[in-house]
Design a protein around this ligand. Sequence first.
Ligand SMILES: Cc1ncc(COP(=O)(O)O)c(C=O)c1O
Length: 365
Amino acid sequence: MKVYLSPPVMNGDLERRLVGEAFDSGYVAPCGPMVDRFERAAAERFGFRHTLATVSGTMALELIARAMKIQPGDVVVVSDLTFIGSVTAFASLGAKPVFVGADPATWCMSPRLLKEALRRYPEAKAVIATDLYGQSCDVDALAKCCELYGTKLIVDAAESVGATYRDRPSGTGAWAAVYSFNGNKIITTGGGGMLLSDDAALMNLCRKLAAQAREPFPWYEHTMLGTHGRLGNIPAAIGVGQLQCLQDALRDKAAVWEAWKARLATCAWATLMPTATYGVPNRWLTVITLDGIEPQVAVDVLAQHGIEARPVWKPMHLQPVFTSCDCFLDGVDEQLFARGLCLPSGRNLSLETIDEVVKILESLC
Ligand SMILES: Cc1ncc(COP(=O)(O)O)c(C=O)c1O
């Protein structure tokens, strides 16, 4: 059987029962009791006053970009070492991304490099900082830089659902945070996301924009353009069950990471991604840097054995679509891309598979 990087895991027949309830309620629609329940439960669990369930994490960021009335040429400062979903929405509206490199101690946006970027671009409308592979960025340090320039801090916490930063849920301390419930994430709705914030005005506007910016008239009345971004009642039912069992997912992911750590302890060719001292990651993916093995060769050879692995995310400043963008880097991101490997990290990963992967990688040294 193929081993995936991070496959979805359901909790017994909990989600199936909740989906049945959603069907029985008649709300096979982009609204309904499960959406309300999911949003309420998420607000409670993640410490935000307002939550909005969306069709994807990318959509949650699109709603913020629309709410901010991002115009062509507006500058947004974004983590360089991230998945493109962090920047797609803002760049699609014509914003000019400026990329900021990673801190080697966390692999997330370096507060020092952010300071440099904001000194050069004080007019930046927003900073979008990614929590990489389930590890929170240094929110308080980044927020302090943003405050100095009156810039909004958005945390792309798509990968860090359930992680903490100074005992607070990931993303808190920012103006807004975005979660992803894509199929590969620690909890999933099949596909989906969430926007979280304490700013009622922002969230009311985003809620309206997500429903085609419909005005409260009996007929369809529009004074601005929105989009169609609400999560449906059926996937929300899956989300309700997944969220109820998030603690189990965190426990399993931590156990997988510990198993990798123990097995790799004697492997001089592998170094685990560092754990920041300020928080507890959700261990969404176990990631290493390799010494003496090409990550792409490792990915290809593991694939021949039916095992999925992936190179570390290719930095945004190296993406052909962003070649003309300015960036503030000190070589860390390129090094991590050249040497980094995301290991299979599924909740049910067996010790035998870990052993098999290590033996395959060892044969490549
Ligand atoms: C860092 C990051 N940002 C944004 C996204 C986009 O989320 P979605 O796939 O739910 O649109 C993802 C992952 O999918 C991600 O890993």
